[in-house]
Design a protein around this ligand. Structure first.
Ligand code: ADP
Length: 498
């Protein structure tokens, strides 16, 4: 890996260009308004973000529509579309350092993790490129004079609105299946971290993907994002972000004609630990990863540890040890495993949750405070609370930060009841070696993704996630896997009498 000094030198030389990329060219924004941005690592200015407007969103939708209607992309032989997306995946690999650097600088992700994100993004493009030319249609058994078959067609213009926590993988997870299916995309990355998405769109052009297939318009949610959602020229809206914004998008979409929406929103994922586990330290290590990786800023973060009472004290002790051993520091230092939170607002929100936890009587076992304040960065200590009231803020709300709430149970029914007792339903983890219990838990938990751990996950047992749909306030619509590709297609039934 590049040495620390090199990352700092490269970061110092970065020149942000956050103008939108529309129809294959960088265009000047129609508005002169800007958003001041600061580095999460040290609070220093990062360069202003030009704020787009309805007119910029409209121009991007126009470019995507023109390319889609031309048929150059949507009617291209799928084999060639696949080839271009594979070439884009290779280009992501070749540029992984610069892509990772942008995400690390803009949202404070440790550089090692950001390099992993770039690897993941290339993998996502390869996975979906393969779908471009695979037969997914169905045909009915019919009399000889009749042919009936189902055909999957692209939806048209897709608006993808993405958050800052995994800037590049989130962009890929929407753009890759959408493009593979033959759609043209307008991507609105988060205002905190637009540069890797812009770079991705530049790479798409470099490898020969036609201009207008992938357009990127940075800007605020309430301006560019809202304009895209409400735009009558958009055929599908794919969103990852907070539940509040998801709700707002449903309103905007409802007011602008009928178009489908896919929402992946907040979560409050439970991590259930049963007494038949073999290796408590493996559980502790995994639980610490699930809540402290990326500073807990992920929708599937394992925020609630729901642990059998007989193990709880020992497990908490070990999780606290893991929290203490994290290497907290500047995200551009390759040794860092735990960086700052992405913004001052995020840091303040997480600290407010910690205060609320203390006020509602929870026991603080670790953290709960700002760290490295002298650096000017937005660091919050990895935090562990116990004895939080089940209906209180800590146990119920999506904190989107490194705060673990530990709860104890005595019976399996109680564990399920606790796990299902939030408005969210994105994912859950179950530690058990008992096959019957594993099956029962996987089916009874009201979540889109249920992971059973009979042993610590093997890092070499790496597979692309299957499609899943969340429960409750975590959203709806399939993401990932095959169905996550099909979501970007429209099913047409063709009937031919011969
Ligand atoms: P987070 O709190 O994780 O940033 P948000 O839901 O605020 O989650 O943001 C996720 C994405 O949604 C970002 O790209 C943001 O700009 C966008 N967004 C925020 N508000 C709106 C809105 N009213 N309409 C459309 N997009 C929005």
């Amino acid at each position: 890996m590049t040495a620390t000094q090199d990352w700092f030198a490269q970061a110092a030389a970065l020149q942000a260009d956050t103008r939108p990329l529309i129809g294959g060219t960088r265009v000047d924004l129609r508005s002169t308004e800007t958003l001041a941005r600061v580095s999460p690592a040290d609070g220093r200015p990062l360069g202003a973000l030009a704020i787009g407007s309805d007119a910029d969103a409209d121009a991007a939708v126009g470019a995507a529509r023109a390319m889609f209607d031309s048929g150059v992309w949507s009617d291209m032989a799928p084999l060639f579309r696949k080839g271009l997306l594979m070439a884009l995946a290779d280009a992501i690999d070749r540029n992984r350092e610069s892509l990772a650097l942008w995400d690390s600088v803009e949202m404070g992700k440790p550089i090692g993790a950001a390099l992993g994100d770039a690897f993941a993004a290339a993998h996502i493009f390869r996975f979906y490129a393969e779908f471009a030319d695979k037969p997914l249609a169905s045909a009915a058994p019919t009399a000889p004079s009749l042919i009936q078959y189902g055909r999957r067609e692209p939806r048209g213009v897709v608006a993808a609105i993405t958050p800052w926590n995994y800037p590049l993988p989130n962009a890929a997870l929407k753009a890759a299946p959408a493009m593979a299916a033959g759609n043209c995309v307008v991507l609105k990355p988060s205002e905190l971290s637009p540069s890797s998405a812009l770079k991705l769109a530049e790479l798409a052009l470099e490898v020969g993907i036609p201009p207008g297939v992938l357009n990127v318009v940075p800007g605020l949610g309430r301006t560019v994002g809202a304009a895209l959602a409400a735009h009558p020229g958009v055929d599908f809206v794919a969103f990852t972000g907070s539940t509040a914004t998801g709700r707002e998008l449903m309103r905007l979409v409802a007011g602008s004609g009928l178009k489908p929406l896919q929402l992946e929103c907040g979560g409050k994922s439970a991590n259930l630990v049963f007494p038949d586990i073999a290796d408590l330290d493996a559980v502790a290590r995994d639980a610490a990863h699930r809540i402290f990786d990326n500073g807990g800023q992920l929708c599937v973060a394992g925020t609630r540890l729901i642990c059998h009472r007989s193990l709880k004290d020992e497990l908490v002790e070990r999780i606290v040890q893991h929290a203490s051993s994290l290497k907290i520091g500047h995200p551009l230092d390759p040794e860092t495993t735990y960086g700052p939170l992405a913004s001052q607002a995020r840091m303040q929100a997480v600290l407010d949750h910690c205060d609320a936890g203390r006020t509602e009587g929870a026991t603080l076992r670790h953290g709960g405070e700002r760290l490295l304040a002298d650096s000017g960065g937005f660091y919050v200590a990895p935090t562990v609370f116990e004895n939080a009231p089940a209906q209180g803020r800590l146990a119920q709300q999506d904190i989107f930060g490194p705060v673990l709430t530990v709860m104890a149970f005595d019976t399996d029914d109680e564990a399920v009841q606790l796990a299902n007792d939030t408005p969210y339903g994105l994912s859950a983890t179950v530690w058990t070696r008992d096959l019957s219990r594993a099956g029962a838990m996987a089916h009874r938990l009201k979540v889109g993704r249920a992971t059973v751990l009979a042993a610590a996950p093997n890092s070499m047992a790496f597979a692309f996630p299957m499609a899943a749909e969340p429960y409750g306030q975590s959203g709806f619509g399939a993401e990932a896997g095959r169905e996550g590709f099909e979501a970007y297609t429209r099913l047409k039934a063709v009937e031919m009498h011969l």
